[in-house]
Each structure stands twice: as structure tokens, then as C-alpha cells.
Design a protein around this ligand. Structure first.
Ligand code: FAD
Length: 416
């Protein structure tokens, strides 16, 4: 079924009897050509592009819970491509371009809103760094504009730009950045993949791999063994746990990241704003809630919930730059498990096991990467060669010292 305005009108007039389920609920088959483990944004996008762009057949996505229950439905919904390094910027710009056509492509309303993102500058050194970043973005075909304090004040009149603890000295804007309704991305990709014949199997946890003579033959699951010629792993915060079943120890640590939503307010924040002196980012949802976040919790954890010290730290960051928001009540908050890599950049690569492929290390920036990650992982799975925009995301960069450390902060996950 195709969604359209006309369809909505027709269904409204005929009692909404014609809607069909967005995807099937098939029983797992005995074997597939390709199994994707993880029904998050990356796994579902991979399956979608494998079927649609690379014309692969007999594909299944195995999800231990339900579609959208992981980080794809837990993030603060920000998309952007404001990266500095060559290994990253072309990839994230490719992702932003895919976002721009995604709703038409998979025929689903994901509420993609290019309302812009603004990184505030609070010191002269930071201005230099952001000018450099903006130039790198433009060189890679992205948009970037340095804004003066007066331009920022015109858009955000309630910001204290003069005598605040962190005076605002300008900002780096990417007008094509913005927000997307996160769970609709999971649903849209799931529906799109299903329409191309992909089996989406929920409540099916992968508990092990069958590997013989260095080749993967399939996966053990909570619903029995399922054979496969190729297996792609895209389980985000559970990467270390899953890959340990294949005997692999990853350059990844898992940390919790929390998100917060205030009560609904009248429109006050037209775009996404990030506070460059602390760590705080905020946008306003279409329902009016301020959606914000900050640092990861400071220790490793697989718990999908955060702790009070970080709540306090994030709210302090918000108050430092938006004191007016202190009057809004916090409505809800939650946590997701981040697969923090050692340099803050992801991995899309083959493993040393024939037929076993890995996608992970997305840290807390993987939502915006979902379309490009899916396309590049599908390319790797279908062609056995990395996509030209993902050639740097290899396991061996840690061994060779070819880190893609966007912040230049060192090799510890909690620094990124
Ligand atoms: C609070 C928060 C805020 C964030 N904000 C942003 C943001 O603003 N912008 C941005 O770009 N990124 C953001 N991120 C990061 C982003 O959400 C993640 O990097 C990204 O969603 C991870 O990829 P995914 O969608 O595939 O993960 P997930 O949705 O977590 O998908 C992985 C799936 O694998 C499943 N799984 C795990 N183990 C198994 C198994 N053994 N068998 C079968 N299935 C399994 C899980 O149930 C899960 O559904 C944020 C994350 C959080 C938590």
C-alpha cells in the first residue's frame, strides 16, 4: 500500500478500514542468503538498501525485542553533517543527502525537518576551530555559515549574548541540519524493507554463531538455528556482547546516554542549538517539548537507564546558556546504551570470519548516520568491498594508528 494525501482522505471517508499492517510478521525460515542482526535504524536501513539498491534476495532482520525499541527510538533526533575530518565528512554529507530524499524514497512520513543546527562559539580559539570545520564542510559539498552574534540574537532573542558566564561570540550554522522523528525512521525502513521481501523477525534474539573452518554458517537464536551465507551485525550498544559469541573482543565500550524532554511550551526554539563551552544540545519538538541531552554517564554499563549526577550536569549546562529554560518542568527522560569506540568514529568492516560483517561504534551520533550506514553496509555485504565513503571505518585503523578522532581528544571513549 502506498501512503499519500489522497489515501488519507479516502480512508477518513470510509472509516479507516483499508489500512494494512506496515510490515508482515513472518515465521523465520530455515535459512537466508543474508541475515542482519539488529532491527534498529542501521540494521533496517541495511536490509532496505540491500533489497532495493543491491537487488539481494532472501534477507532477514532478526531483532531481539521490537522494532524501534533500541537507540533508534531513544535519541534526541538531531541530524547534521558538520564534521571536520576526511574520513567522516563525505560519509555524513552522504547521509544528509539521503535524509533529504528519504520520505519520498521509502514513502513514509518521518517528519524530517531541516530547521538548522547552530554550534555556539564562546572564545576566539573556538571561533578559529569552527571556521576550519566550516571550511572542511564546504570543501566536501556541505553547507556551512559563520554567524555573527547579532545574527544569532535576531533568531534567538532570549539568549544572553553580553554578560553571561559564557558570552556568545558567534556560531557555526548548518542550515540543512535539523531533526527527524526517530521511531518513524525505524518504521519507514521496516515497511520499505518488508515491501521488498525482507523478513523482519521480532522477538528473536541471536545467542550465538555457527562457525566452521573460519566461515559463518548461521546463527543460534531464541527461536532456533537459522542458516545464512552472510551475517551482518548491527546491534549498536550490544555490539561487544554479540561479537563475544564469535570470539571477538571489540575496541568498543558501552556507556549510557540520557535524553530529556520538558513539558510542552509555545514555539521558542526554531532550530537545534548546541552549547560549545559545556556539553548541551537542545531542540523543540513539534509537540512543544524541549528535547535535550549532554554527556554520557561516566562509567561502562549495559543498563538502559542513566543516573542522577548526569541529570544534574546536563541541566546545569542548559541553565548556563538558557537560564529561562530553568522554569520549564522536566517531563520525562530515558537512557540508551552507546557503543563508544576508541576514537569516536564507527566501524563498517568485514571480520576475520568469512561471511561475518560488522557495523557499530556509532557512539552518540549514529542516528544521523542511519541512511549512509545502511547504504555503506549494504554495499559491503553485497559487493564484499567497502563503499567509497566508508573506506576509513576499518577495524585495523586502531592497529595501524589511523584513528579518526574528530575531537582530537585522545583514545578514550568517554572523551568523544
Ligand atoms: C539518549 C540518546 C540520544 C542520542 N541522540 C542522537 C542524536 O541526536 N543524533 C544522532 O545522530 N545520534 C544520537 N544518538 C545515537 C543513536 O541513537 C545511535 O548511535 C543509533 O541509533 C544506533 O544505531 P541503531 O539505530 O541501529 O541502534 P538500535 O536502535 O539500538 O538497534 C540495535 C538493535 O539491536 C537489537 N539487538 C541487540 N542485541 C541483539 C541480539 N543479540 N539479537 C537480536 N537483536 C539484538 C536491539 O534490541 C536493538 O533494537 C543518541 C542515542 C541516545 C541513547
Amino acid at each position: 500500500m502506498r501512503f499519500s494525501g489522497l489515501r488519507v482522505i479516502k480512508e477518513a471517508l470510509t472509516g479507516h478500514k483499508g489500512w494494512t499492517p506496515a510490515w508482515r510478521d513472518p515465521e523465520p525460515q530455515a535459512s537466508y542468503d543474508i541475515i542482519i542482526i539488529g532491527g534498529g535504524g542501521h540494521g533496517l536501513a541495511t536490509a532496505y538498501y540491500l533489497a532495493k539498491e543491491f537487488k539481494q534476495k532472501r534477507i532477514a532482520v532478526l531483532e531481539k525485542g521490537w522494532i524501534g525499541g533500541g537507540n533508534v527510538g531513544r535519541n534526541t533526533t538531531i541530524i547534521r553533517s558538520n564534521y571536520l575530518l576526511d574520513g567522516n565528512e563525505p560519509f555524513y554529507e552522504m547521509s544528509l543527502k539521503l535524509w533529504e530524499g528519504l520520505e519520498q524514497d521509502f514513502n513514509f512520513n518521518a517528519m524530517i525537518s531541516q530547521r538548522g543546527i547552530l554550534n555556539l562559539i564562546h572564545s576566539d580559539a573556538q571561533r578559529d576551530a569552527f571556521i576550519r570545520r566550516g571550511n572542511a564542510m564546504i570543501l566536501n559539498g556541505a553547507d556551512a555559515e559563520m554567524l555573527t552574534t547579532a545574527q544569532i540574537k535576531a533568531r534567538y532573542p532570549f539568549l544572553n549574548t553580553e554578560d553571561a558566564r559564557f558570552p556568545i561570540k558567534g556560531g557555526l550554522a548548518q542550515h540543512r541540519g535539523g531533526t527527524v522523528r526517530h521511531d518513524a525512521v525505524a518504521w519507514g525502513y521496516a515497511r520499505g524493507a518488508d515491501s521488498h521481501g525482507v523478513d523482519i523477525i521480532q522477538n528473536c534474539e541471536v545467542t550465538g554463531f555457527k562457525i566452521e573452518d573460519g566461515k559463518v554458517l548461521g546463527v543460534e537464536t531464541s527461536r532456533g538455528f537459522i542458516g545464512a551465507s552472510k551475517v551482518g551485525c548491527a546491534v549498536a550498544g550490544s555490539s561487544s556482547r554479540l561479537m563475544s559469541h564469535a570470539g571477538m573482543r571489540l575496541p568498543i565500550e558501552s556507556h549510557v546516554l540520557q535524553a530529556f524532554v520538558s513539558e510542552g511550551l509555545k514555539p521558542v526554539l526554531p532550530g537545534v542549538v548546541t552549547f560549545g563551552a559545556g556539553h548541551f544540545y537542545v531542540s523543540q519538538s513539534d509537540k512543544g517539548g524541549l528535547v535535550f541531552g549532554g554527556d554520557i554517564d561516566g562509567y561502562n554499563s549495559y543498563a538502559q537507564r542513566g543516573n542522577l549526577p548526569v541529570v544534574e550536569d546536563v541541566c546545569e549546562g542548559g541553565m548556563a546558556i538558557f537560564p529561562a529554560f530553568g522554569r520549564a518542568r522536566l517531563l520525562r527522560m530515558w537512557g540508551g546504551i552507546m557503543d563508544m569506540s576508541m576514537d569516536g568514529s564507527p566501524i563498517i568492516d568485514k571480520t576475520h570470519i568469512d561471511g561475518l560483517y560488522f557495523n557499530g561504534g556509532w557512539c552518540y551520533g549514529g542516528f544521523k548516520a542511519s541512511p549512509a550506514s545502511g547504504m555503506c553496509f549494504a554495499h559491503l555485504l553485497a559487493r564484499d568491498a567497502p563503499h567509497p565513503n566508508a573506506t576509513s571505518y576499518r577495524f585495523d585503523r586502531f592497529e595501524k594508528g589511523l584513528m579518526i578522532d574528530e575531537k582530537g581528544m585522545g583514545n578514550q571513549p568517554n572523551l568523544h
